[in-house]
Design a protein around this ligand. Structure first.
Ligand code: GTP
Ligand code: MG
Length: 380
């Protein structure tokens, strides 16, 4: 094999133990059917309320509730789409948040309702009394499409979910899964996993596979190309895993993930890009200088504020946001090519996150027994 020499690479026995424990963890974190039922009921309820407030509206799940990557007790992300084009143009995201937020306040089945008007994508956050936490967004077609892209990648190989579940659990336990405090969203971690699996030959690049004449079509969505190959049952006609990739265990893939981001990935110059199947340079994307940008949906100028709000009061008080973009950890969105999913990361949180990658690689390279438990040891 042409694998680079790695003095810390553990034996196949260690990998087998990690694989065994990773699969046990995945089973434990699989949501129960009962939870799915509660989520469906809440979806229906929100759909009724959206119809009451705006007339014809559709409510669609996205994020982990739509892509098959949910952990037990995960939040539900939903998006409201207004069926009337005119209505959709009249109601701004901030107005949407206000109107649906105010309506939800009147119902005592919803608790802790927060109207986040200042976020890059304005949302309402709430808890339903049936125990489900929910984020409600508005007219976000790209979120639906990136959810479908992630779901398609999951369907290519069952190891995708196993790796993602362990990474999500690890990131939550180690407190590095919060974009509001400078770390990464779950969405960002999933993109990192897909990148590593593409490098390992476990996953193809679905955005460049085309059935037919081989030219990549342009399917517009909010000004971006949302095309990807979604016919996973027929993928084998266009792409095959190498025999080596086909036999890699979940344990090996987890180790490779952490090793790669601990010691191979060049944070200073590289951009993770699943839509190009590998790496791009910051220079080629002109992602070299941090910049502060007025929120696209809010034309009025205002004093600079930070992307990461300090308090909920502050988030609610100021409705004219300024977005801080940083390019310290660069992860290109698969569709919104000008959007860095790693933008909340500052130099302090980058130090923390890289430290966690190193810690994890070290744990997995030592002793397979109990490694998954140590990996996910709660910080603080
Ligand atoms: P858990 O909630 O931890 O289970 O993970 P999740 O899979 O739901 O991921 P997350 O909550 O981070 O994101 C949910 C969805 O929001 C993603 O699937 C994306 O569609 C969208 N999303 C999250 N962050 C971003 C972002 O920075 N940019 C864009 N364009 N979409 C995002
Ligand atoms: Mg979510």
């Amino acid at each position: 094999s042409d694998r680079k020499y790695d003095p810390y690479r553990p034996s196949s026995h260690v990998f087998d133990l990690i694989t065994r424990d990773a699969k046990i963890l995945c089973q434990e974190l699989d949501p129960m059917p009962e939870e799915e039922t509660r989520k469906l009921a809440l979806l229906q309820r929100l759909s009724d309320i959206a119809n009451e407030v705006f007339g014809q509206a559709e409510v669609l799940p996205f994020g982990s509730s739509g892509n098959g990557l949910a952990l037990a007790n995960a939040d539900m992300d939903v998006c409201v789409f207004l069926n009337s084009q005119q209505m959709a143009e009249e109601v701004s995201p901030v107005e949407f948040v206000e109107r649906i937020g105010d309506r939800l306040e009147k119902d005592n089945e919803f608790e802790n309702i927060l109207q986040l008007k200042r976020a890059r994508v304005p949302i309402v956050k709430l808890n339903h009394i049936n125990g489900i936490a929910c984020d409600i967004g508005y007219q976000n077609d790209l979120a639906i499409w990136n959810t479908r892209l992630l779901r398609a990648y999951c369907r290519v190989d069952t190891r995708v979910r196993d790796v993602v579940v362990v990474i999500k659990k690890w990131a939550k336990c180690r407190k590095i899964n919060n974009p509001y405090t400078g770390s990464l969203s779950s969405y960002a971690y999933v993109l990192l996993v897909i990148h590593v699996l593409q490098r390992q030959g476990v996953l193809p690049n679905l955005q460049t596979i085309v059935s037919g004449n081989g030219k990549i079509p342009y399917w517009d969505c909010q000004g971006f190309n949302r095309y990807f190959f979604e016919d996973i049952p027929n993928l084998a006609r266009y792409w095959q895993q190498t025999p080596e990739a086909a036999t890699q265990t979940v344990g090996e893939l987890l180790y490779e993930f952490f090793r790669y981001f601990a010691s191979e990935f060049r944070y200073a110059s590289h951009v993770v890009s699943i839509r190009s199947g590998g790496l791009l340079t910051k220079e080629s994307k002109e992602w070299t200088k941090d910049f502060t940008q007025p929120h696209p949906q809010h034309p009025q100028p205002q004093a600079p504020a930070d992307d990461a709000p300090q308090s909920e009061e502050q988030m609610q008080a100021d409705t004219r946001p300024i977005v801080k973009n940083r390019y310290l950890f660069c992860i290109e969105d698969p569709f919104e090519l000008n959007h860095n999913i790693g933008r909340p990361v500052d130099r302090y949180s980058l130090f923390t996150i890289r430290g966690e990658f190193m810690r994890a690689a070290k744990i997995l390279s030592k002793n397979g027994d109990g490694a998954i438990t140590r990996l996910c040891y709660e910080r603080e």
